[in-house]
Design a protein around this ligand. Structure first.
Ligand SMILES: C[S@@+](CC[C@H](N)C(=O)[O-])C[C@H]1O[C@@H](n2cnc3c(N)ncnc32)[C@H](O)[C@@H]1O
Length: 262
C-alpha cells in the first residue's frame, strides 16, 4: 500500500516543506495546549511518531529540556535538520518497526494514523510502548464538519479529494470519529477526547494547506469521476477567497494513560 510520503506527499516534492509548515502553523498551538494539560513526566522519555517537519518534537525538546525526545518518520529529510541536544531522530515505519515495551512516558502522533489502514491495530502496538503511567495523545483528521457546510463547491472538492487520497493509502475516513474508543480498546485508562475545527477565512494558512493538498490529489479525483473540473476549480477558488468563511477540516484528539505498575 502506498504510504503518505511515498509519492503523493513526498518530502522531496516541490513545496512540501511549505505545505507541512502551513499545517504546523495551524495545529501546533492546539497540540502544545493538549500536551501541557496532560502534564508529561518531567525528565521523561518522549516519542513523536510521524514527526514530519519536526515542529512538535523540537517544541517538546525545548519545553522539557530534561526529557529525552525521539522523533521518527519514514522519511527523515526534514528531521535531520533538528539540532536540539535532547532530540534523537530515527527513520522508523510505525507499521512494521517497533520499540521495546514500556519505553516511553509520552507518545504523541498527529495526522499519521488517519492516513493509514488498520489504525486500531497500530494503536494497540503503540500503546504497548508506553511505560507504566505513560500517556498517549493521538490527534487525527476527521471531515465530519464538511457534511454540513453550505459552501457546496468546497464540500464537493474536499470530499472527492479526501476520498481519492484515502483510496491510495487504504485509510478509513470514518475511523477517527470513534475516538477515544480505540484507546479504551487498547487497554488505556483515563481516556478522553475533544476536537477542534478552526473557523477559517479563505486565503489563511489552514485553507491554503488544504488548497495545495487537494491540488496534488485532484488528478485522481477527476479520473475517478468524483468531481468535474469546473466544480474543482470553484472549490479550490473558495479556499483562496477572503469572502469565504467556514469551519475547517477537524482534528479529533484522544488521550489515555497506561496502567501504573503495582
Ligand atoms: C500529514 S504529515 C503530519 C506530520 C506531522 N505529524 C505534523 O502533524 O505536522 C504525516 C507524516 O507521517 C509520516 N508517516 C506516514 N506513514 C508513516 C509510517 N508508517 N510511519 C511513520 N511515519 C509515517 C509521513 O512521512 C509524514 O511526515
Amino acid at each position: 500500500m502506498e504510504r503518505y510520503s511515498d509519492v503523493l506527499f513526498a518530502h522531496d516534492a516541490d513545496g512540501e516543506r511549505a505545505r507541512l509548515a502551513l499545517m504546523a502553523e495551524a495545529l501546533d498551538p492546539h497540540t502544545e495546549q493538549r500536551i501541557r494539560a496532560l502534564r508529561p513526566k518531567p525528565g521523561g522519555r518522549f516519542l513523536e511518531l510521524g514527526a514530519g517537519l519536526g515542529t512538535v518534537a523540537r517544541w517538546l525538546a525545548r519545553t522539557y529540556p530534561s526529557a529525552q525526545v525521539v522523533a521518527t518518520d519514514v522519511s527523515t529529510a526534514f528531521l535531520s535538520e533538528c539540532r536540539e541536544p535532547n532530540l534523537l531522530v530515527l527513520r522508523h515505519d510505525l507499521t512494521t518497526d517497533g520499540f521495546r515495551a514500556a519505553s516511553f512516558d509520552l507518545i504523541h502522533l498527529r495526522w499519521v494514523l488517519s492516513n493509514l489502514s488498520d489504525g486500531a491495530r497500530h494503536l494497540r502496538r503503540i500503546a504497548s510502548w508506553l511505560a507504566p503511567g505513560g500517556v498517549l495523545l493521538v490527534e487525527e483528521a476527521s471531515d465530519f464538519a464538511l457534511a454540513s457546510t453550505r459552501h457546496e463547491a468546497y464540500r464537493r472538492t474536499a470530499t472527492a479529494c479526501l476520498a481519492a487520497a484515502r483510496r491510495r493509502f487504504g485509510a478509513d475516513g470514518a475511523w477517527t470519529r470513534t475516538f477515544p474508543e480505540p484507546l479504551v480498546a487498547a487497554g488505556l485508562r483515563d481516556c478522553g477526547s475533544d476536537g477542534n475545527w478552526p473557523g477559517f477565512t479563505g486565503g489563511e494558512p489552514w485553507p491554503t494547506f488544504w488548497r495545495v493538498s487537494f491540488q496534488r490529489v485532484l488528478p485522481d479525483a477527476l479520473a475517478a469521476g468524483d468531481i468535474t473540473e469546473p466544480e474543482a476549480t470553484a472549490g479550490l477558488a473558495a479556499l483562496a477567497d477572503p469572502r469565504v468563511h467556514d469551519l475547517g477540516i477537524t482534528t479529533v484528539a484522544a488521550w489515555g494513560r497506561a496502567a501504573t505498575a503495582h
